[in-house]
Every structure is written in structure tokens, then in C-alpha cells.
Design a binder for this molecule. Structure first.
Ligand code: URA
Length: 236
């Protein structure tokens, strides 16, 4: 691996800042006389120092975004802004991607990482990872809806959903609910409510597995996940 890439992965700065640091002599590598940005090193074994402090290499980055409406859950879109537009530049070289898809108008917990294995574990249909949503519903949500969701409802394409837990926070002309589902079909929450004749007017994901969205995060805010948070995401 190139030395400048290694330093970028360690969070030492942008590629151009790093080049300056290396050329300015701030970086030393055991066994290498005059390291240059393109110097090849072995990431697992190299001893790299920045201003005399040994760096710890990391391969993966885990970012928690409180997704705002108006952003597509993808790494690229021809017309619309994507969640990648909200990722600070210093993380982009990791080539992160959003885990799963929130609709453009859905807000809340969005994990962005370059750890493909974790993404696979979280999205695998065999694992039944819980995802909890908070929603505003046009129409009166009832105990019958709760019972129907518990049994599983039939979506517009004939798919029968797995048991889901519906909590009614308030019901009236407009209702507020929480819904935990254990699968992730396209537009699932919206289609589940359509199946009982109601419409979702606001949707926010508030939890994935044991990880609950940090409510102190503003909409659009993004930060790295802590170690404990990562363990909660893994369900540990
Ligand atoms: N269900 C939906 O309908 N939309 C989302 O964005 C997530 C779950």
C-alpha cells in the first residue's frame, strides 16, 4: 500500500495535506530512509510515525448519519444529492456506502461504512435484524392494525410480511406509531400501512439491531460510531 493512502486511512488528513506532511519530514517509517508519498509499505507490519507518534492502521470506517429527507441512499445519483454528499472528505477514500436503503423522504439512522461483511450481516434476510421506525400516519391506527401487523399483512405484490411489532403512540385523524420489522422489503413500512388502508406521511428510522439513533444528533449530522455503538449494531 502507498504510504499516503495508509496515512489517509489512519485519519491523518486529506491526501494533499498528507503529501505535505511526508515531504516536510513529519512522517517516519522504520527501515525507510526518506519516505515519499508513493513509498510502498505493508499495512499490517509497518511502523509508521507522525510527529514521532506511532499510528495504528485501520481498514474500516463506520459512520452514523441522521439522514435528512431529500438525500438518496446510494453512492451516486445522476440528478439527486446522495448520503455520500454528507460524508466529510477525509472519509471518502475509504469508499464507504450506505447499508440498506432509506427512501429519499425517510429520515434517521443511516449507517455508512466500507465494511462489506458487516453490511452483509445486517442485511441478510436469514438474520432477521430488527429495525425500528417512528412514523406519522394519515388515518386512525387501531388495535386491529396492531394485530394484523403481528400476524403479517399481505403487500400489493402478494408478499406476506413477517410478524412486526406496532406500538401506537397516539391515534386520531393523524396517528403516531413505532414499528419494528425484521426484514427489509422495498418501501416496506409504507406498503404495510397501505395494506390496512393508511398512508405514512413521515418516516424516521430510530434503531437498527440494538443501536438506537443518538437523539442529540441534528438532522444531517454525521459522526463516527463508538466501539460500544458498533457492538450494539452487531447485537452484542
Ligand atoms: N420502509 C419504507 O417504506 N421506507 C423506508 O425508507 C424504510 C422502510
Amino acid at each position: 500500500m502507498r504510504l499516503d493512502k495508509y496515512l489517509a486511512d489512519c485519519g491523518a488528513g486529506t491526501r494533499s495535506e498528507i503529501k505535505k506532511l511526508i515531504r516536510g519530514g513529519a512522517v517516519s517509517v522504520s527501515g525507510i530512509e526518506k519516505p515519499r508519498p508513493e513509498t510502498q509499505i505493508a499495512p499490517e507490519t509497518a511502523e509508521v510515525f507522525l510527529f514521532g507518534t506511532r499510528l495504528a492502521y485501520r481498514e474500516f470506517v463506520y459512520l452514523l448519519l441522521n439522514k435528512p429527507a431529500g438525500y438518496v441512499s446510494a453512492t451516486w445519483d445522476a440528478k439527486l444529492p446522495t448520503v455520500l454528499d454528507l460524508v466529510p472528505e477525509e472519509y471518502l477514500h475509504f469508499e464507504p456506502f450506505p447499508v440498506g436503503r432509506l427512501d429519499i423522504d425517510t429520515e434517521g439512522l443511516c449507517l455508512i461504512t466500507n465494511d462489506g461483511k458487516l453490511a452483509h450481516r445486517l442485511l441478510s434476510p436469514n438474520r432477521h435484524i430488527p429495525k425500528t421506525y417512528e412514523a406519522e400516519i394519515a388515518g386512525c391506527v387501531t388495535e386491529e392494525d396492531q394485530a394484523a401487523f403481528k400476524k403479517g399483512v399481505v403487500l400489493d405484490d402478494g408478499y406476506q410480511t413477517k410478524p412486526a411489532e406496532l406500538t401506537i403512540l397516539s391515534s386520531g385523524e393523524v396517528s403516531h406509531i413505532q414499528l419494528t420489522i425484521y426484514e427489509g422489503k422495498f418501501h416496506q413500512v409504507k406498503r404495510m400501512f397501505e395494506s390496512v388502508g393508511k398512508r405514512v406521511t413521515y418516516l424516521k428510522r430510530i434503531a437498527m439491531n440494538q443501536l438506537v439513533l443518538d437523539e442529540t444528533m441534528q438532522t444531517g449530522e454525521i459522526r463516527e460510531l463508538g466501539k460500544e455503538e458498533l457492538a450494539l449494531l452487531e447485537g452484542e
